[in-house]
Ligand binder design. Structure first.
Ligand SMILES: [Zn+2]
Length: 290
C-alpha cells in the first residue's frame, strides 16, 4: 500500500497555513493523517499554528530550509519514520519558494506517491508578485505546476480572474476541504502540458528571528510592522504585548495581530531579500528604540 502525499504550495503569505487550519477545524476524521510543515525560518511558526489548531493530529515541522532545494534529507527521514506508523495520508505544507514539480518528484519515495499539488494563489497580491523582478518567475512556475489552484482572499478582491487550464477552487469553500482531505488522485486538467523542471535556482531569502527585549504595545507593534512591510516579504511570530500574548502575521500591507492562547513567546520571524538587510536593520533599531 502506497501512501498518498498531498502537497499544498504557494508563495509566502498566500494562505497555506490558513487553508490547512480550516481543514483541521472540520469534523472530517483526520486520525490517520500526518501533516508535514516546511518553513525556512529557524522557528517553524506555521507548524506552531497548525499544532494549535490540531487536537490530535500528527504535525511534523521541517525547519531551516526548503525541502525541495536544501533539506531533502530531512524530508526523506520523516517519510521513512511515517512509513512505520498507522498513517494513510500525508499533507505537506511546502515552503513559500518550493517548486511543486521538484517536490512531486521527491514524493516518489518507496511506499509513497504524490497525490496532487494544490497551489494557493493570493487574489490580492498575485498580479504584483508575478510582475516582481525577483520572484515573478517563481510565482508563475508554481501556478503552472499546480494540479488545483486554490484562490485565497477572493473576498478582498472579488474581480480577480486567473487565466489557467488547471482547476480553480475558492479557498473559502467546502469543496476545497473535501478535495484536500480525499486520498484519490487528481490529474492535471491538461495532461499534454507536462511542467518542465525549472533549472533556475529559487530566489534566496534571509530569515532572522527577532526577540524584542521588552513588552510592546499592540498599536505600536502594528505601526512598526507597517513600516517594516516595505522592506520585508513576510513576518510571523508570537510576541508578548502589554495586552497579552499575540500571533503576528504580516503579508504586504495586511497585518494581523490576534490573541495567542496556550503559547510561549518565540519572537518574530522576518523573511526578506538579502539586499534589503541594511534597511531591515535600520527598521529594527527603530523598533527597539520605541
Ligand atoms: Zn526549494
Amino acid at each position: 500500500m502506497s501512501i498518498p502525499i498531498t502537497l499544498v504550495a504557494g508563495y509566502l503569505g498566500a494562505g497555506k497555513t490558513t487553508l490547512i487550519n480550516r481543514l483541521l477545524h472540520t469534523k472530517i476524521d483526520l486520525s490517520n493523517l500526518a501533516i508535514l510543515v516546511n518553513d525556512f525560518g529557524d522557528i517553524n511558526i506555521d507548524a506552531k499554528m497548525i499544532r494549535a489548531a490540531s487536537a490530535d493530529g500528527q504535525v511534523i515541522g521541517l525547519n531551516n530550509g526548503c525541502v525541495c532545494c536544501t533539506i531533502q534529507d530531512d524530508f526523506s527521514q520523516s517519510l521513512e519514520r511515517l512509513g512505520h506508523e498507522a498513517i494513510e495520508h500525508i499533507l505537506m505544507e511546502a515552503s513559500g519558494v518550493a517548486s511543486p514539480a521538484k517536490l512531486k518528484a521527491q514524493c516518489h519515495y518507496p511506499g509513497f506517491h504524490p497525490r496532487a499539488c494544490f497551489v494557493v494563489i493570493d487574489a490580492v497580491n498575485h498580479v504584483q508578485n508575478c510582475n516582481d523582478k525577483y520572484i515573478g518567475y517563481l510565482v508563475k512556475d508554481q501556478m503552472e505546476q499546480a494540479d488545483v489552484l486554490v484562490i485565497s482572499k477572493r473576498d478582498m478582491n472579488p474581480d480577480f480572474i486567473l487565466t489557467s487550464k488547471a482547476t480553480q477552487v475558492n479557498a473559502q469553500t467546502d469543496e476545497i476541504i473535501t478535495l484536500l482531505s480525499s486520498k484519490s488522485s487528481i490529474a492535471h486538467a491538461d495532461a499534454s502540458t507536462q511542467p518542465t523542471l525549472a533549472k533556475r535556482n529559487p530566489p534566496q531569502f534571509t530569515t532572522r528571528t527577532v526577540a524584542l527585549s521588552k513588552t510592546i504595545n499592540r498599536q505600536v507593534l502594528y505601526q512598526a510592522l507597517l513600516e517594516l512591510a516595505s522592506v520585508i516579504e513576510r513576518a510571523k511570530g508570537v510576541l508578548e504585548t502589554s495586552q497579552g500574548l499575540v500571533w503576528v502575521q504580516q503579508v504586504g500591507a495586511s497585518i494581523n495581530i490576534t490573541a495567542a492562547h496556550d503559547q510561549t513567546a518565540t519572537g518574530l520571524v522576518l523573511i526578506y531579500q538579502p539586499d534589503r538587510a541594511a534597511a531591515v536593520e535600520q527598521q529594527l533599531l527603530r523598533l527597539e528604540a520605541l
